[in-house]
Design a protein. Structure first.
Length: 467
């Protein structure tokens, strides 16, 4: 759940302050996009989209690959921007930039596979066309500003649409730079525009604009519900990637050392600001204590530090507001099974924290979006599945066991869209991603990603002789 998408208090801002989370220093200010500017941007996008959709598919693919190539030449620059505005360790931030490059390349490969079908019918020929929707709005979060912006933008562009991207209020800089690189690559002006602003103003203007055909939103479940209702008013298509409270299920027959060593990365990566974070560690009771013994040194080895330092595995939280939210769940002096250390001085730091969880308590059922996990014991497979499903969310999860039959049974029984066995991998650009229940609607990424940005047109051509 990306909480910075919640409605801010007070009057609409005229500019956005971009603050470095590791130093608390102001980086720059960015003008907000007004509803009037949104309307003009939609007009430019619609004009550019007509030109873009009219290109031969091979030419669209070539331009997207050129865009990927331009991004590739600016990986380090984009990584430094992401590090400064989001507080991500530099190595992670550079990986995120490379993910944009890879997704553009992958989406370009899908352009020429976006073909229609010929369906046998009596009396003629029936063919279908996959036609672009038009103008697509992508509303991206602050937790992974570059990759998630690309999840919606790259396949939408590949399918022949124009994209209007609204980045999160706290992290607009990488999106603005990507728009400049798109022009450098030769994409038509107006085809890919970035519109910084607050959700209730800029975001609402995009969602409610009659010429926007689809909205792709990643953010909190409450805001996602409002966007879904706004889209319903005009029967607008919507894809939602929302919150999560994912389980990490460790059975007694698992490789405990491997499971414990891997666990910190599953809830501390990106300082826990990840909707796929395995923040509920469900451990079979017979190995509960041994697992915790192995987990403690692994958590302490996951070093918190300045994002520019090579040894850093975990940076700060994105904002003071987010730190206060995490503190609201777990005060820093609360009893903990394991608590890590943080740097002294400025920065929105919060230590890695592992709590003994109790079924039903807030920290065990609500998405904290910080470096906090709860450990809950279970007795058998049936209870593990029940606990895993005891949440409004269903985004991801992990299952640790040496029993392949059990792994398959539990994978089928857990209500989540993305599960890993003896791994914490959730997202690959070549496989579908999305959630069950209140974790979202629709799927992103994978071989069918472009289809979500098209309309199917059916045409029948009679071959019967005229009378």
């Amino acid at each position: 759940m990306q909480h910075e998408q919640e409605e801010p208090t007070g009057p609409p801002a005229e500019k956005l302050d971009v603050v470095n989370p590791a130093t608390e220093e102001l980086i720059t200010t960015v003008p907000v996009t007004t509803p009037e500017q949104v309307d003009r941007a939609v007009g430019r996008a619609a004009a550019a989209q007509t030109q873009w959709a009219g290109l031969p598919p091979a030419d669209r693919a070539r331009l997207l690959r050129r865009f990927a190539s331009v991004v590739d030449r600016h990986i380090e620059e984009l990584g430094v921007l992401e590090m400064r505005e989001a507080g991500h360790p530099l190595s992670n931030a550079c990986w995120e930039a490379s993910n944009v490059r890879d997704l553009l390349d992958y989406s370009a490969g899908g352009v020429e596979r976006l073909t229609g079908k010929q369906i046998p019918v009596a009396g003629g020929v029936n063919i279908t066309f996959a036609e672009p929707l038009g103008v697509v709005a992508v509303i991206a979060p602050w937790n992974f500003p570059m990759p998630i912006a690309a999840w919606g933008s790259a396949p939408a562009l590949a399918a022949g649409n124009a994209v209007l991207l609204k980045p999160a209020e706290t992290t607009p800089l990488t999106a603005l730079r990507l728009a400049e690189l798109a022009l450098e690559a030769g994409l038509p002006e107006g085809l890919f525009q970035v519109l910084p602003g607050e959700g209730p103003v800029t975001g609402t203007a995009l969602v409610e604009h009659p010429r926007v055909a689809k909205v792709v939103f990643t953010g909190s479940t409450p805001v996602g519900k409002r966007i879904m209702a706004q889209c319903a008013a005009s029967v607008k298509r919507v894809t939602l990637e929302l919150g999560g409270k994912s389980p990490n299920i460790v059975f007694a027959d698992a490789d405990l050392e491997r499971a414990a060593t891997a666990a910190p990365g599953s809830f501390l990566d990106n300082t826990g600001q990840d909707c796929c974070a395995r923040s509920r560690i469900l451990v079979q009771r017979s190995v509960h204590d041994r697992f915790l013994e192995l987990l403690e040194p692994a958590v302490h080895a996951f070093r918190a530090g300045h994002p520019a330092e090579a040894a850093t595995a975990m940076g700060p939280l994105v904002s003071a507001r987010q730190r206060e939210r995490v503190r609201g769940y777990v005060p820093e002096d609360a009893p903990a099974l394991i608590r890590g250390s943080i740097p002294e001085g400025p920065g929105f730091w919060y230590p890695a924290t592992v709590l003994q969880g109790t079924v039903g308590e807030r920290a065990a059922v609500e998405e904290i979006f910080g470096p906090v996990a709860v450990v809950i014991p279970f007795d058998d497979e049936e209870e593990a599945v029940r606990l895993a499903n005891d949440t409004d969310y269903g985004l991801s999860g992990s299952i640790w066991t040496r029993d392949s039959a059990r792994a398959l049974r539990v994978s089928r029984a857990v209500a989540a869209g993305n599960l890993s066995v003896n791994s914490h991998s959730s997202v690959r650009y070549s496989t579908p991603f999305g959630g069950y229940k209140q974790s979202g609607l629709g799927r992103e990424l994978g071989p069918d990603a472009l289809a979500a940005f098209t309309e199917t047109k059916n045409v029948f051509i009679s071959t019967e002789e005229s009378q």
